[in-house]
Design a binder for this molecule. Structure first.
Ligand code: ADP
Ligand code: MG
Length: 389
């Protein structure tokens, strides 16, 4: 669905609910990370793109001191009383994301006044495509209109990240909010998680597209996997005598192999290699060298599977099918994307072959796993945008 079309629907349901037209409409996209996995907390690089799936926030002043929040995808409408300090809702409540963003504006002395708000989204919720950041950033973009104050893009992304930390209780990195704020159509975003510097990488060749394949599984693990990986990375950095794995080279790692526990060594090998693969992939995209980018994606997947051990049978099945299709069938590369143990794969494909590739992956994945995947295609989409001001 086109952005303007979702915006029109959101405006319509705003009108049905509140009996008048919205004064402001803002949108922000979900995202997929092309390469650079488990690099963010090691001060490394990530290379995400905005997808053509958006969260739309429509609003109008209501001349009270309250913000009414409704979402077509959220269960309960909620009311924020601006006369009181905004406390988080119970954990898991959808309204924590927008409430945290409102609180971030208030903390900066930016007062939106009472508002009626209606939210719609085409980003799948909880599917690893960051509907949460899309909701935060769309809310922030609407609040820029309501307060008449435009935030610096970095400050805006950090405000949204803080909302997710403090209100939703999710200690996320900076990638999701940065790409949702700063994404640009026909571009990827190379983000340095140490310096927070960003660089738009053109990907305007219309003959390539990105396929997102949701395995539709999420393996429940002990919950200690993520903190354990982080500790192993810290242990590796300490043993290598560097501030973080960003500062280590493959040579340094191999020279010091005997000092490291074998598991810690493999974890570090993934991270150090992945940081390098990410900058190489950005160069490959810039040069339009799709087979090279594809090979880097496969290498990323293998490292995540064997060294970092965060893949699973279903993600591996998708990558194996993609590899079978091969460049001859229009697939340049494929890898798991996101934290792992389920969720989505991302594939770089020939745009003209999208339908055939999607059909074959769907059929073979179902044969191998008994599960129906969800597949959709996207070109690099537009970051946060104003549709009515
Ligand atoms: P992801 O960001 O990968 O989609 P998260 O668990 O981080 O998954 O965020 C999903 C949660 O964000 C949902 O369960 C819901 O609480 C909230 N959310 C996101 N988008 C919306 C929306 N449009 N309406 C209501 N709640 C939303
Ligand atoms: Mg999220």
């Amino acid at each position: 669905m086109k952005l303007e079309e979702i915006a029109r629907q959101t405006a319509q349901s705003f009108k049905q609910t509140y009996g008048r037209s919205p004064q402001w409409i803002a949108a922000a996209p979900g995202r997929v990370n092309l390469i650079g996995e488990h690099t963010d907390y090691n001060d490394g690089f990530v290379l995400p793109m905005a997808i053509e799936r958006y969260t739309i926030v429509a609003a109008a002043p209501n001349h009270t001191n309250q913000v009414q929040l409704r979402s077509a995808q959220g269960d309960q409408p909620v009311t924020l009383d601006l006369a009181q300090p905004l406390a988080p809702f119970p954990k898991g409540a959808w309204a924590n994301y927008p409430a945290g963003v409102v609180a971030g504006f208030l903390a900066r002395g930016l007062k939106p006044g009472g508002l009626d708000v209606m939210i719609h989204s085409t980003v799948p919720l909880g599917g690893g495509l960051s509907s949460s950041a899309a909701l935060e950033v769309a809310t922030a973009t609407m609040l820029e209109l309501a307060t008449g104050q435009t935030l610096d893009p970095v400050e805006k992304a950090l405000l949204c990240q803080k909302a997710e930390h403090d209100y939703a209780g999710m200690p996320c990195g900076i990638m999701d909010q940065f790409i949702s704020v700063m994404g640009k159509a026909n571009h990827l975003l190379l983000l340095d998680c140490r310096t927070r510097k960003t660089e738009l990488v053109p990907m305007s060749d219309p003959s390539v597209a990105v396929l997102i394949i949701n395995t539709n599984v999420k393996h429940e693990l002990t919950g200690s996997e993520y903190p354990t990986r982080r500790k192993q990375c810290e242990a590796a950095a300490k043993a290598l005598d560097v501030r973080s794995l960003r500062d280590a080279s493959p040579e340094l790692l191999e020279q010091n192999k005997s000092k490291l526990d074998p598991i810690v060594h493999r974890r570090a090998r993934h991270v150090i290699g992945e940081i390098e693969r990410t900058t190489h992939a950005a160069a490959g995209v810039r040069a339009g060298n799709w087979p090279t980018v594809g090979q880097l994606m496969y290498a990323s997947h293998r490292a995540l599977q064997d060294d970092y051990e965060v893949s699973c049978q279903e993600l591996d099945a998708v990558v194996a099918i993609a590899q079978d299709i091969g460049v001859a069938g229009g697939v340049f590369g494929c890898r798991m994307t996101g934290g792992g143990f389920g969720g989505c794969c991302v594939a770089l494909v020939q745009a003209a072959a999208v339908d055939a590739i999607s059909k074959r992956i769907a059929t073979e994945y179902q044969q191998r796993t008994g599960i129906e995947p969800t597949i959709f295609v996207s070109r690099p989409g537009q970051g946060a945008t104003v549709l009515k001001s």
